[in-house]
Design a protein. Structure first.
Length: 478
């Protein structure tokens, strides 16, 4: 009986129940409603038998020339699994769980080594995809895992989400559902049979400490997949690095490219240079702000990454002198600031790529479809222009009192802006990431400064100390 039939059956039972309710006591009425309610919710939260039946044909076992793993369908002829299942392999096959017929993996459509995910292309094996959950994992939530532990295909296990972990910025879901070698890349499902994560591994010296990658990482990878398959043997792997005799042979010679691209929808932002220097790949930017209607703006970077448009691989920035949202850089009208973003040295095959932040909408600092063959190498480059700004800090003036009027603020005798509104919560302390007429941010080199502030009814004066890479709130009150 399918779900729709069950629901119709519920309707019939409910109608019949109403007839009984009119004739029975209040106690029997309550009991019947509880029974019907329990019956309904049993349908929504499926048991392991139903989840297995509805999902197993969407899962596969992956066999390579170096080992075994698990996977599942996320699109037409597209299988998701862990990067480490494929890394280092020269050939790969898959077969449906509960079947022995093998299908050749034609290649991959996208890969992200940093989160251990890859999308594989297979021909002639189009199976139903697993539905992604609309919600994220929560501790205590019931979960089910399907995979091929120790090469035993179509194995289902259950457990709960026991925690959400952050390993130096790498997000993982901790689960109690057992997984073993061979389970890597299998789906982790909620009680409705929807994907919430991807099995990735376990702590060998722990008991029942198993982990999954959040589905959001896979959703991002799907959004950048190629339409054609690339050979799995072409995957860049640090395992291959030792086969090169020197760093120079591995990376190629050091180069600096004169890029000079201005972001079309954000004309104040430009990508000036790209340099491969020793073990680093560095991008150099300039941000120039001009707006007579607003005296300053705040800029920051988050989640900056490079997507190789030839292979679909994603590389994440490892260093930048641009602060994050909680301590942004302040750029005043008529001024400019420069900054850099660094990556671990990119392989020489990375020539056509996009630089991305967030979803690349609005004010994100994105540059799409850069082809290095369009630009010239240069030796005319002044690194001092992009000197580290990390000795700067930020302070923020604010008010949460409604009788102070419009306040003009001066630092070392120079006018820096106004406070025209106030925060209504008298206990509120704003962060430097906030934009508000009730606060005024100033970013300066570390040191001690004098300030004065004036309204039509009050005056203030005093000093404040700017600390390197720190946000200092200063409340004006009477």
């Amino acid at each position: 009986m399918d779900f729709l039939t069950y629901n119709c059956y519920i309707c019939l039972l409910s109608g019949y129940a109403n007839m009984i309710i009119k004739k029975r006591s209040a106690m029997k009425k309550t009991l019947l409603l509880i029974i019907l309610s329990g019956f309904f919710w049993t349908l929504k939260a499926q048991d392991a038998t139903i989840i297995y039946k509805n999902t197993v044909n969407s899962t596969v076992t992956i066999e390579t020339d170096i080992g075994l793993g698990s996977g599942f369908f996320v699109g037409e002829n597209i299988i998701a699994t862990n990067y480490h299942v494929i890394e280092g392999a020269t050939t790969a096959y898959c077969y449906l769980n509960n079947s022995t017929e093998k299908y050749k993996i034609e290649g991959y459509l996208a890969a992200d080594e940093s989160v251990d995910l890859i999308l594989l292309k297979v021909t002639g094996l189009n199976k139903p995809t697993i539905k992604f959950s609309s919600t994220t994992a929560t501790p205590g939530q019931k979960v089910y895992v399907i995979g091929s532990p120790k090469g035993l295909p179509a194995t289902i296990s259950d457990g709960i989400v026991s925690g959400l972990r952050d390993f130096e910025g790498y997000q993982l879901i901790q689960i109690t559902a057992p997984i073993s070698p061979g389970s890597s890349g299998g789906p982790v499902l909620n009680s409705n049979g929807e994907l919430i994560g991807i099995s990735v591994g376990q702590l060998a010296d722990g008991q029942n400490l198993n982990f999954a990658i959040p589905k959001s990482n896979l959703e991002l990878l799907i959004s950048v997949k190629k339409t054609y398959a690339m050979s799995i043997s072409s995957l860049y792997s640090t395992k291959n690095k030792s086969s090169y005799s020197t760093e120079a042979n591995y990376y190629g010679k050091d180069k600096i490219f004169d890029i000079g691209i201005v972001k079309r929808d954000k004309p104040g932002l430009s990508l000036d240079y790209f340099a491969n220097i020793k073990e680093h790949s560095i991008f150099f930017f300039t941000y120039e702000y001009e707006n007579d209607n607003q005296g300053y703006t705040s800029i920051w970077l988050q989640d900056y990454r490079l997507v190789d448009l030839e292979t679909g691989e994603i590389y994440y920035a490892t260093t930048t002198d641009m602060p994050d949202k909680d301590n942004p850089r302040i750029v005043y009208n008529g001024t400019k600031t420069r900054f850099l973003v660094g990556f671990d040295r990119l392989p020489p095959s990375v020539k056509n790529f996009s630089l991305m932040e967030g979803d690349c909408s609005g004010n994100y600092f994105c540059f799409l479809n850069i082809d290095l063959s369009d630009y010239y190498e240069t030796t005319d480059f002044d690194f001092d222009l992009y000197a580290d700004n990390s000795d700067e800090g930020t302070m923020i003036f604010y008010v949460n009192q409604n009788n102070l009027g419009i306040i003009s603020i001066y630092v070392e005798g120079y006018y820096v802006g106004q406070l025209t509104k106030y925060f209504t919560d008298t206990d509120y302390i704003p962060s430097c990431g906030i934009e508000s007429d009730a606060s005024l941010k100033i970013r300066l080199p570390a040191g001690t400064y004098n300030f004065t502030a004036k309204s039509s009814v009050y005056d203030w004066k005093g000093t404040f100390k700017i600390t390197k890479n720190f946000c200092k709130p200063v409340r004006l009150y009477k």
